[in-house]
Ligand binder design. Structure first.
Ligand code: SF4
Length: 216
């Protein structure tokens, strides 16, 4: 993979949400469907919604297996790449193989922008935990904070989220990044809370940028 470290697996790290988490990087550096203003990885290099087989599931399992020999017990093997994990058309196969071969719990942190695609929802169904991003309660704020690929549609994404939440049997959590002057007005927060509540997540996390963001 074309990542700064070149590694598919990193950590384990102690995660606030996930406990001891072994990170999986299944996407080349900064290929994403969004270029969020707060992204800690900087601006997106390739803004895309085209799914491609970025990872090799067998290689992924071998890399996680080898990491587990040194890491000790982990809570999750987590797809948290340098881009959007659902752009990888081999994601579902990777999740499935990890669970079958290594008996690990698998988490995926996604921006949710592709959940309107049946194949993406299906890929995520086997994950034990899925975290979805909800930063805006309307299309205008969404465009300002997440700066989506031009072919994406806010309402279509919301519908995809609803369908996924109704069919998903694992732990669903939401994550909202608050950016001063962009999505921290009361009306916006109330709208975001309504969307999160409509998905009945286990938890709705609110974060603020603590690392240097893409835009000053
Ligand atoms: S979705 Fe994630 S990786 Fe993509 S630009 Fe936003 S914060 Fe960065």
């Amino acid at each position: 993979l074309d990542t700064p470290s070149g590694s598919i697996v990193f950590g384990p790290v102690i995660s606030r949400r996930l406990g001891v988490s072994l990170g999986i990087n299944n996407i080349p550096y900064k290929k994403c469907s969004y270029t969020c203003i707060y992204c800690q990885l900087g601006r997106t290099i390739e803004l895309t919604i085209e799914r491609k087989p970025y990872s090799d599931p067998s290689r992924l399992v071998a890399a996680v297996s080898s990491a587990l020999e040194h890491s000790g017990k982990i809570d999750f093997a987590t797809f948290v790449p340098d881009g959007e994990p659902t752009l990888d058309s081999n994601l579902g196969r990777g999740i499935s193989l990890l669970k079958k071969e290594l008996d690990v719990r698998v988490a995926v942190l996604t921006n949710a922008s592709l959940l309107w695609l049946d194949e993406v929802r299906n890929d995520l169904l086997e994950a034990d935990l899925v975290s979805v991003k909800i930063d805006a309660s309307n299309a205008s704020t969404w465009r300002r904070i997440n700066r989506p690929h031009p072919q994406l549609d806010y309402n279509t994404i919301l519908k995809g989220l609803q369908v996924f939440s109704q069919n998903y049997g694992g732990i669903l959590i939401t994550e909202t990044m608050l950016v001063e002057g962009i999505n921290d007005e009361e009306e916006e927060l109330s709208g975001i809370a309504d969307i999160a509540a409509s998905l009945s997540p286990s938890k709705a996390y609110i974060a603020i940028p603590t690392r240097p963001p893409a835009e000053p």
